[in-house]
Design a binder for this molecule. Structure first.
Ligand code: NAD
Length: 289
């Protein structure tokens, strides 16, 4: 019997690559429900799986911010169960905190936090009844350590860490595993899709010069990190596969192979000052210019 997998946010990036990999598994181990908010964007996925049989992949509409949309997708699962749930949909928000509107901040939390939680809520009862399941969530370095100009994004990703860790403790009693796949920078549409203040934007006119100067340095740093150190989605997919195939999955996986050094610093100096100055140095030091 195939393992039924449902993935959110499959029109691009990590979700798309994971859907393609699982649906093309040589042993046809998986039946993949690749879901996306906007079905008009399904061409890219279809292009990647052209040669596949219909029995390993189905594409469904699902907007994680709409409970009704989640329920409609759930109703269309032929097998009437999900063995492996991958909460992957997410968006970024970048810029000085004082220019972020309440609406845009809410939108990030709607997708990243409540979207993830609502998706879990919809599939959890079934997993509990069957006494098995695996919930995987695409986590972020920004959920483990603060990053300047990403306050609300980090808040949403830190929140997911808390929700997942809390849930994992309970779900042990139901033989349901929870795993976070913690990613650093990945080559996807993430930077294109995120809401980002650009340096020339009128919204930034009210912002003080020092903040703008540091924001400029941050953007430069961010650009070079994505250019030089970003992982490919295939690397991320490998880690998902390892988690999915493990008989006793870990709670956290680090796609870079280890805890990022600066995240470690947070653990070794709980007072936090060393992390804060080390990060500031990394992002804003003049050598970056
Ligand atoms: P991406 O922008 O290519 O993919 C995100 C997907 O989520 C998109 O397909 C988007 O359409 C979808 N989405 C947005 N709102 C949605 C909604 N309301 N309902 C359903 N789907 C929605 O970027 P990605 O890098 O593949 O992002 C996937 C996950 O990885 C995100 O949770 C992101 O926070 C996380 N992540 C990405 C990076 C990175 O550097 N790319 C780093 C760490 C974590």
């Amino acid at each position: 019997e195939k393992k039924v997998v449902l993935i959110t946010g499959c029109s691009s990036g990590i979700g798309l690559s994971l859907a393609v990999r699982l649906a093309s598994d040589p042993d046809k181990t998986f039946k993949v429900y690749a879901t996306m908010r906007n079905l008009a964007k399904k061409e890219r996925l279809i292009e990647c799986v052209k040669s596949l049989h219909k029995d390993t992949l189905d594409i469904l509409q699902m907007d994680v911010t709409s409970w009704q949309s989640i329920l409609d997708a759930r109703d269309r699962i032929v097998e009437k169960r999900v063995d492996i749930l991958v909460c992957n949909a997410g968006v970024g928000l970048m810029g000085p905190l004082e220019v972020q509107s309440l609406d845009s901040m809410r939108q990030i939390l709607e997708v990243n936090l409540f979207g993830t939680i609502q998706t879990i809520q919809a599939f959890l009862p079934g997993m509990k009844v069957r006494g098995q399941g695996h919930i995987l969530v695409t986590g972020s370095t920004g959920g483990l350590q603060g990053l300047p100009f990403n306050e609300v994004y980090c808040a949403s990703k830190f929140a997911i860490e808390g929700a997942c860790e809390s849930l994992a403790i309970l779900l042990q009693h139901f033989n349901i595993h929870v795993s976070l796949v913690e990613c650093g920078p990945v080559n996807t549409d993430f930077l294109v899709n995120l809401q980002k203040a650009e340096l020339g934007d009128t919204s930034l006119q009210q912002v003080d010069d020092l903040t703008l100067n540091l924001y400029g340095k941050y953007l430069q740093h961010c650009g070079s990190v994505f250019q030089n150190a970003a992982q490919d989605t295939e690397d991320i997919v490998k880690v998902f596969l390892e988690a999915i195939q493990s008989p006793s999955p870990a709670f956290r996986y680090f796609t870079s192979g280890d805890v990022p050094p600066l995240t470690k610093l947070k653990a070794t100096e709980p007072g936090g000052s060393r992390y804060i100055s080390a990060l500031s140095k990394t992002m804003f030091s003049s050598e970056e210019q």
